[in-house]
Design a binder for this molecule. Structure first.
Ligand code: SF4
Ligand code: SF4
Length: 238
């Protein structure tokens, strides 16, 4: 995204709408910081500029294109066909059955709220969880970015790209889940240069009970229960 300073009247209306504060007033101009902009499209979508001075280039080149793919929720992800950053299962539950009995699902979301994340931060996470022996969730948009599945290393040319957020999703066998949470939270706390949210996804038992949630509380964690079920969006729903 860029601003046409021939059209811009310097009204400053667009400055507060950018979620990563990439629109800046400097040198008597209003500019979009090319390196900080995550190509989320918010400034254009809101039609905040009466002068139509906020412009989008026709084609964003690779690897910069990844910024848009991971930041603009109106764009379908090319590998999953799903809008936004996660898998379909993360959004709707009960479609693919990947978070199944005997396993605990996890997601690590980097960059939200309001900070964004370099893909070098995601690289730290994919390497760490690969070392811990997790299985990445099928169709997680992060998987095509991994160059080496043995180490979890991402493609080197993408590491400097900045996105609004990226979500790594993976599973481990239930007996290993508590230790994984302990080790991973310590790692996220000490090694990351952005914000991170660790989510735990569990299939309820036949009585609707969340057994692992109770276990977490017993172990001194303070989980915040939250469900994200978009009713009516399931495949085949009429
Ligand atoms: S809203 Fe438009 S005219 Fe106002 S500062 Fe931003 S780009 Fe310039
Ligand atoms: S595209 Fe998004 S990140 Fe870039 S300037 Fe506009 S609102 Fe900010």
């Amino acid at each position: 995204m860029y601003i046409d300073n021939e059209l811009c009247q310097k009204c400053l209306d667009c400055l507060p709408v950018c979620p990563v504060a990439a629109i800046k007033a400097r040198n008597h101009r209003i500019e979009i910081d090319y390196d900080e902009c995550v190509e989320c499209g918010v400034c254009r979508r809101l039609r905040i500029c009466k002068e139509k001075a906020i412009m989008q280039v026709k084609e964003i080149p690779y690897p910069r294109l990844l910024r848009q793919v991971f930041s603009d929720p109106t764009k379908n992800h090319p590998t999953t066909g799903v809008l936004g950053r996660g898998t379909e299962e993360m959004k709707t539950n009960d479609i693919t059955n990947i978070f199944t009995k005997g396993y605990i699902g996890f997601s690590v979301e980097l960059g939200r709220p309001g900070l964004g994340a370099r893909l070098s931060e995601l690289d730290k996470v994919t390497r760490k969880v690969t070392e811990m022996g997790v299985v990445f969730a099928k169709d997680n948009p992060v998987i095509p970015l991994i160059q080496d599945m043995k180490t979890g290393a991402l493609l080197p040319e993408i590491l400097g790209e900045k996105v609004l957020s990226a979500i790594a999703e993976f599973l481990v066998e239930e007996p290993r889940a508590l230790n994984l949470i302990r080790e991973l939270t310590a790692f996220l706390d000490s090694e990351l240069d952005t914000v991170a949210t660790l989510s735990v996804i569990e299939r309820a038992d036949e009585n609707g009970r969340s057994v692992f949630y109770e276990k977490l509380k017993d172990q001194g964690f303070h989980p915040y229960p939250n469900g994200k079920v978009n009713i009516g969006l399931a495949k085949g729903a009429s």
